[in-house]
Design a protein around this ligand. Structure first.
Ligand SMILES: Cc1cc2nc3c(=O)[nH]c(=O)nc-3n(C[C@H](O)[C@H](O)[C@H](O)COP(=O)(O)OP(=O)(O)OC[C@H]3O[C@@H](n4cnc5c(N)ncnc54)[C@H](O)[C@@H]3O)c2cc1C
Length: 492
């Protein structure tokens, strides 16, 4: 049998693509190396404890948004909750609860001594309108990018909305802050550095303004905690795909991709399949390995991903009687606001809910992560890398101890992970995660139009447009699936 499409990897890029193609009646095979889906956004069990592997807080769940639409259409058994606050940002001198309402944030920032309230209101009004223009694109995969006549006409009708973004292309988020006379207002700088680091993967001083403005809405657009862990959503999406007739193969890693007359031969751990088209949910370095040649067309993308990040992780099991808020909650901890928000100085920390039974006797778990600069890590010898990662994990523990002593005191079980763990676990060479940072420059816009790497071979995932996050990768997967289906119907 020749499949219409083989999907390599069931991360959220592959899951979004698989479900969309299966909905359209395509003959799909999903090949996932692990025995469960989700990749960097999965939930794993070790020694009786259940942890989020990487991602912990997810957008796209408000009515009409992508995940909400899938949950509704396929009656997925997924329960979500809007944490209140969504995140608590803790620094040495203050704590800022960030709720799902932009007005609350503006009001809180306005309470800082000497806060320039009018300028803050103007800045967020502008951010909101510019972000709104971009999100109208992101929310509708059919419009992104405008390949068909209908989409093109819709874009032309909408173009006045995008025009205000034009002056900010090739400028940074910090430039926009300065244009509003807010560059001396330290609480805003810290807030923006924190949110930029976890979304566009760089500081406000370096972030390409339009991308950063759009992702600043992260907390305000359907952001939720998934009860039981994000693995619940990943598994539900995969089951929905299977129920629509897709062939789903777990523990089936793909070893090689070879072009053949009628498509691609996909060699796997246990055999091979043939498909007219392939969607690879892997980073460019891994795709090169599967193609078995130099794949020079992936040079630029590879360099951008290598200029990004790895992750150092702490997974904590808490005592059953830990005295914490009962709901799942999220903390963003900054040890020294004057230093870069990486390498344990900045830790994103997510605590499961008391009703989720993640550990022995119903105990709770914590997933904590920090950014590790890939270029710095790769320049080291393997021994030096080991020492460096251990130092980063100690810095994480120190930040946790200072900013979240309640977690430190309740910890009874501890696991660590490094870029090396991610390389082994999700097949990302060197452990590069988070895609390409959206740093200032028009390079950011390269690859905005998904197109095949080679005839019939497509990429999805966080190294390609629209980039990092479960929502972005799922959206990109859905978009690419639409293009694949269109090509299949032309070829049929
Ligand atoms: C520490 C950390 C924290 C994060 N926090 C958040 C967050 O809070 N919210 C958020 O939205 N996003 C977050 N993200 C980002 C988000 O997790 C990722 O952008 C997204 O999950 C990446 O999805 P992906 O589809 O690109 O790839 P992956 O998740 O890497 O999935 C790829 C899949 O392909 C499989 N695979 C690889 N090679 C092969 C092969 N040869 N054969 C078969 N299968 C293969 C892997 O096993 C994996 O399942 C975080 C990421 C990290 C690392």
């Amino acid at each position: 049998m020749i499949y219409d499409c083989a999907i390599v990897g069931a991360g959220f890029g592959g899951l979004g693509a698989a479900l969309t193609l299966a909905e359209q009646g395509a003959r799909v095979v999903v090949l996932e190396a692990l025995k469960y889906p989700g990749g960097c956004a999965s939930t794993f069990t070790r020694g009786g404890w259940r942890f989020e592997s990487g991602a912990t807080l997810f957008s796209g769940f408000d009515e009409g948004q992508l995940f909400a639409r899938w949950i509704d259409r396929h009656q997925l058994p997924v329960t979500t909750r809007v944490p209140d606050p969504i995140v608590e940002l803790r620094t040495p001198s203050w704590t800022l609860p960030i709720t799902a309402r932009r007005e609350d944030l503006i009001a809180r920032l306005g309470e800082f001594p000497g806060a320039p309230r009018d300028r803050l209101a103007d800045f967020f009004a502008r951010q909101s309108s510019l972000a709104g223009a971009l999100w109208s694109l992101f929310d509708d995969p059919a419009l992104l990018p405008p390949f068909g006549v209908r989409e093109l006409l819709t874009h032309i009708a909408r173009s006045p909305r995008y025009l205000p973004l034009a002056p900010w292309i090739n400028r940074t988020l910090a430039d926009l802050v300065a244009a509003h006379g807010l560059d001396g207002f330290e609480p805003l700088r810290i807030y923006l550095d924190a949110v930029s680091q976890i979304t566009v993967q760089t500081s406000a001083a370096e972030a390409e303004a339009p991308f950063a403005l759009a992702t600043m809405d992260y907390y305000f657009r359907g952001t939720r905690h998934v009860h039981g862990g994000i693995g619940v959503l990943a598994s539900a999406m995969l089951e929905a795909t299977r129920a629509l007739g897709a062939d789903v193969r777990l523990s089936e890693s793909v070893k090689a991709l070879t072009p053949v007359a009628d498509g691609w031969r996909v060699r796997t751990r246990r055999g091979e399949v043939t498909a007219r088209q392939v969607i690879a949910n892997v980073i460019p370095q891994a795709l090169r390995g599967l193609l078995g040649d130099e794949a020079r067309e992936l040079d630029g993308l590879t360099r951008r991903v290598e200029g990004g990040w790895g992750a150092a992780m702490l997974y904590l099991g808490l005592a059953r009687d830990a005295k914490l808020r009962a709901e799942a909650h999220h903390l963003e901890l900054v040890d020294d606001p004057g230093a870069a928000f990486i390498e344990g100085n900045h830790v994103f920390c997510s605590i499961s809910g008391a009703d989720e039974a993640r550990g022995p006797g119903g105990a709770r778990t914590v997933t904590a992560s920090t950014h590790v600069p890939m270029a710095k890590l790769l320049a080291m010898t393997p021994d030096a890398q080991g020492e460096y990662i251990a130092a980063v994990q100690s810095a994480m523990a120190r930040t946790l101890g200072r900013r979240a002593p309640e977690l430190d005191a309740a910890t009874v079980h501890r696991l660590t992970a490094s870029p090396r763990t991610f390389a082994r676990f999700v097949g990302r060479p060197d452990g590069s995660v988070g895609g390409a940072p959206r740093v200032r420059g028009i390079g950011c816009y390269q690859g905005m139009l998904p197109r095949p790497v080679r005839p019939g071979l497509w990429m999805v995932g966080d190294s390609v447009f629209p980039g990092q996050s479960t929502l972005a990768t799922a959206l990109g997967g859905a978009k690419v699936a639409g293009l694949v289906a269109r090509q299949s119907s032309r070829g049929a």
